[in-house]
Design a protein around this ligand. Sequence first.
Ligand SMILES: O=C(O)CCC(=O)C(=O)O
Length: 200
Amino acid sequence: MVRLNVRGFEIHKSFLDPAAQAALIEALKPVLKAAPLFTPTVPSGRKMSVRMTSAGKLGWVSDTQGYRYQSDHPLGQRWPQIPSKVLEVWRDLAGGVRDPDCCLINYYGEEARMGLHQDKDEADFSFPVVSISLGDDGLFRIGQQARGGKTESIWLNSGDVVVMGGPARLTYHGLDRIRFKSSRLLPKGGRLNLTLRVAT
Ligand SMILES: O=C(O)CCC(=O)C(=O)O
């Protein structure tokens, strides 16, 4: 396992071996059944290319009213619990005072991407965001703590885990593109990204 530090983001390459990745996918299947992926709309009315859902006490949603955490899926049901195998990754890497209350699940199909943004809808930035990559390779871009300026990119592969904390907690980041079908973890291809967050 190799650990890199890019602008304060700790990148744990191959943190999860193939068996652990497959176990996470199994654990996520009932979550995705109970809380199906949906296509969020951003406040301007444009649809995001990434499909999303959440697990935990709170889930992150976006619609024409804005970005927020809420206790229900847009279809009305409570979010399912965060699987224990996912929590284990957080407990191993996040410095462990408390568990996250949200696991945002992003699914990137062939054309999906996520623009540069800060994760700033949470109440307390002293907790890190822990991000788990599963499936196809994704080109992750890291910017600065304010909009603009030079960026640096790194390919994230299945099993990599990124910890965004400390002074880098509010650093801009995004995902430019995936290498569709570069992994066989998800039978139909694509990339799942889980971000564990303390929202409240
Ligand atoms: O997909 C990724 O690796 C990044 C996801 C992300 O930036 C987010 O959910 O805020």
